[in-house]
Design a protein around this ligand. Sequence first.
Ligand code: BGC
Length: 401
Amino acid sequence: MKYLLGLAGLAALASAAPAETPTRIIEEQMLERNPAAAASAAAVTIAPGSNPFATRTLHANSVYASEIAAAMANVTDATIKTQASAVAEVGSFLWLDTIARVPLATTLLAETPSTEILGLVIYDLPGRDCFAKASNGELATGQLATYQSDYIDPIAAAIKAAPQTAVALIIEPDSLPNLVTNINATACAAAASDYKAGVAYALKTLNLPNVAMYIDAGHGGWLGWDANLQPGADMITSVYKTAGSPSQVFGISTNVAGWNAWSELPGEFSTTSDAQYNKCQDEQRYIDAILPLILADGMPAHAIIDTGRNAVQGLRLAWGDWCNVNGAGFGVHPTSSTGNDLADAFVWVKPGGESDGTSDSTATRYDSFCGLADAYKPSPQAGTWNEPYFEMLLKNANPAF
Ligand code: BGC
């Protein structure tokens, strides 16, 4: 990999040359190793209303590349190794899923060339994953102040310190959709005010000129139901307005860590008994349906869609099955050529190979969805590498590696 600088690397550099700050050293290293970075010294402004991905490639970050490299150290099959290196070159998002991981943002901001855009997922709300168990987070409902001061503020500071880097942020996957459809669940009802205030704070605080934000809107099988579309649009836009209608909100993200096709006629779940109540049988029909409602509510309305693992359809027994779907494959690579003016880009958000949740039924974060017949087993804790699953995604990739 080109300019991998882990945290340990940063510390070593800093102690070798105490007169210089780590940031300064990274800048110098980048200029040496990557002439393109010289041009990146200029501050970036992502113009509201533009497509941030039209002129920039999604950065293939060194954290995912390191994860793949570490996994490949134990693999002997030469074909898999070669294909895995190619996966590491595909752009993808990094999930800032704990306060401890926030410093990684600084590393990745420094390594992103001016021709690229860094993708980060903001994912640490108090009471996170209120309707499931697999991704319950480190902050409990009520810890909004900690979320603001220890999580969002340092991310904003890191981005402010790197005005030369363009950044795409996906804001809190699943959070607002859960408030639309699962507010009757005790944990979601309890978390609702922290979710709304937390997302609004994130939108306001991360509203920097070099940033494009996309608020997560679930997927077509979630907010795409007739009865959910308008409430979904209203929920997202009301939080956007609470934040003061920040200029750097560009729209929504959909299918994050999901499995839906971008375009499939008549649709994977079009023959189910309730299909008549959901006209959003693929993500294209979903964004075409919800974005006009979002626009009418006064928010910019474009979308980015996670195509990281959606190459194979017909695998899920039910549309709501979300955990480690068995038989999945890597999907279309990140691109701004979507064929739909409302879709800014297809992106890889969920790092393929990282688990959605443990299949160990005795674990605290065991969610029964991860034990369903269509879920891959065994699977480790959410976010943890699962080598056989990664190899399955490779084997079933479309386009092939
Ligand atoms: C997990 C996170 C992880 C992310 C990406 C989520 O399901 O809860 O810990 O970073 O997936 O793999």
